[in-house]
Design a protein around this ligand. Structure first.
Ligand SMILES: NC(=O)c1ccc[n+]([C@@H]2O[C@H](COP(=O)([O-])OP(=O)(O)OC[C@H]3O[C@@H](n4cnc5c(N)ncnc54)[C@H](O)[C@@H]3O)[C@@H](O)[C@H]2O)c1
Length: 365
């Protein structure tokens, strides 16, 4: 079994750690990065890896059927490098955001299909956690009644990648390299969670806006043209034909209050939780004799596989034909197109709809 990492930066190392945890007998690890200091830093931690200065050189050897390439480079390189890896006959697990735009997403899926390989996205990090499973159980059991609304709000005041977080990676701030700001950075996780729980057959972005709040430390020595705050009203059409309104908001920079609120509401009950770091509590509220009554479940992840290990662990199982929460091919494309639809709606002022298995279409109003 061979894993090939493209990119030896921050995230490349977390993938190497996850590969170690899989404890696969005889596993081989290769890594490619044109930056010698990134490769040297990687080699200190993972001396077992064979290092290459280019992905082309690393992938030139013939492929085995279960070879996995992990693309952990900035987004503007994802399409070219994933394509290269798929065309070399290997399965590809690509970092989030999957690509830069719709054209690249469709191109990559076509290449994966043509080569009969899996194309996965790392946006699955927060799936499969006990708290997600708990929420899923409530949603699928009918305990919430008819679900009609979801709220997904995460507002941070100063958490911009490239400024407050990982300031050495300035590419986050340049739309031509990152594809966008907070939508491209956290949107992939948000839509993986929402789409996993609601399993929509279509998503319509009915209204959306983006903004770039300013601070006195905004970088001026580098391109900085990505949004820091977005909002949208989304209409999820479920498989049974019912619709759920989703109130979505994300900020990595705002002068308003910092808070988060994630909740799904139905005619019989509601569930509130934090899909990410804040808490492992799942709060289920329903009516008891005319009064709201809440039950709190503490769903702590006790597995040795943490959320940062999930992309590699899930994708490995998928490649091996085992049950897995990996998000691949059409579903990976669908999840990515939700991000694109949000941008398109904000830019054009027109609703955008993503249908499962079809291209994005403008919705007539
Ligand atoms: N940093 C995080 O916490 C984090 C978390 C989750 C996902 N991600 C995602 O991981 C990806 C990479 O982010 P990062 O934080 O590791 O960036 P980084 O800047 O730390 O590392 C990127 C590495 O990619 C290398 N690279 C660039 N072009 C290359 C090429 N053609 N071939 C091989 N290597 C190349 C660079 O030299 C660099 O070492 C992004 O898509 C990001 O959204 C990052």
């Amino acid at each position: 079994m061979r894993f090939y990492l493209i990119g030896a930066g921050v995230i490349g190392k977390t993938h190497a750690e996850a590969i170690r945890k899989l404890r696969i007998e005889g596993v081989e690890l290769c890594v490619a990065d044109p930056n010698p200091s990134a490769l040297a830093g990687f080699a200190e931690l993972y001396p077992e890896a064979r290092a290459f200065s280019s992905a082309e050189e690393m992938l030139a050897a013939p492929a085995a059927d279960d070879d996995i390439v992990i693309v952990g480079t900035p987004p503007f390189t994802h399409c070219r490098l994933s394509r290269l890896a798929l065309e070399s006959g290997r399965h590809v697990l690509c970092e989030k955001p999957l690509v830069m735009n719709r054209a690249e997403a469709e191109e990559l899926l076509a290449v994966a299909k043509a080569h009969d390989r899996l194309l996965g996205c790392c946006s699955v990090r927060f799936l499969g956690l006990p708290k997600m499973d708990e929420v899923k159980k409530l949603v699928q059991s009918g305990a919430l009644g008819d679900i009609y609304k979801a709220t997904f709000i995460y507002r941070g005041q100063r958490s911009r990648p490239g400024v407050e977080y990982q300031p050495e990676s300035k590419w986050f701030l340049d739309r031509s390299k990152s594809g966008g700001g907070i939508v491209m950075d956290w949107g992939p996780y948000d839509f993986s969670v929402l789409n996993e729980l609601l399993a929509p057959s279509s998503v319509e972005v009915a209204a959306a806006w983006t903004s770039k709040p300013q601070t006195q430390i905004d970088p001026t020595d580098t391109v900085y043209d990505v949004e820091g705050h977005v909002g949208a009203m989304l209409n999820y059409r479920l498989k049974d034909g019912k619709t759920v309104w989703v109130h979505y908001e994300r900020a990595s920079c705002t002068h308003g209050e910092a808070y988060h609120h994630v909740e799904i509401e139905g005619t019989l009950g509601a569930v509130r939780w934090s899909p990410y770091f804040e808490s492992d509590e799942v709060v289920y509220t329903r009516d008891r004799n005319g009064e709201p009554e809440s039950a709190i479940t503490l769903a702590v992840n006790e597995s040795e596989f943490g959320f940062m290990d999930h992309p590699v662990a899930f994708f490995y199982r998928k490649v091996k034909g085992e049950t897995s929460q990996a998000v691949v091919n059409e579903q990976a494309l669908f999840n990515f197109l939700c991000l694109q639809a949000l941008y398109d709606c904000a830019e054009t002022g027109k609703p955008q709809r993503i249908e499962r298995g079809t291209r994005n279409v403008n919705v007539r109003i």
